[in-house]
Design a protein around this ligand. Sequence first.
Ligand code: FE2
Length: 302
Amino acid sequence: MNERRTRYPGPISEAADHPHTLVDQGFAEDAVLATVLDRYPAELFDINLYDYDEAGQVSLRTGARGRLSGEALLEAIKQGRLWVNLRSVETGWPELWAAAMDEFRQIQATYPGLRAVRNAGQLILSSPKARVPYHFDAAGVVLFHMRGRKRIYVYPGDERRLPERSMEQVVARQTTEELPYDLAFEREAQIIDLEPGRALTWPLYAPHRVENLDRFCVSLSMDFQTWPSRFRNGALFTNAVLRSRGGRPRCTDAMGTPELAARWAASLALKRAGLLKSRIAHFERDFEPQVGAADGAGEIRA
Ligand SMILES: [Fe+2]
């Protein structure tokens, strides 16, 4: 591992934080959040409850949106142990999205050569003790932190901690985003405590995990694709298809741009042909948020 902390190309060589003004603009206040929760489309909610064993291995329960008012849902998150993700902020809360894109352009300008071609956002509201398991995103990420405190652990993007086989499975939607995790990885973690008004970014694909530091947290997680990340994701998808048919494709980090681009082009045709079906199950929901219930997770009501 060199000092870039990743084998993947791109101008972001290590985790670094930047200032932003989304808190000052009032996007993280209770009354504003309650109103947004009231009107946000139920199908854009992910509600997760994570448990960990002593080896750091995670198990997941998932929640349905349920019928709580925005104000009550906010209270359930503050009291419980929930991780609530509102997808597609670009359509669900356009005012926040416009402000965040202004901030993104300023951060992007500090990395010569970084050119996002597509951005998307998730608003994350999470309980004081919530923890997000070890995973990677097949994209660049800027995490705009707005309330509470979070400790982010970022790990080197090498084959041991980010196996290409696992990346293929994630990109081809054969599994959710979790990677194999080993407590020994902690020795190589870059650890950053994130305060409101700071935005963290890290090398594309770098594995990471998050711990809330005893306070209700609000963050906007913005992911973005560049042409190099698109090519690589396409190549990983094509490799997943080849492997599912008994092939033994080369690692993408042994490929130059023309080969990555050719495999990306192949992936478009493979996706159109629908050869590799997503295996991500439609989860049965385990609970509904409830104020006063253990972990904030109440019974599912019919
Ligand atoms: Fe992530």
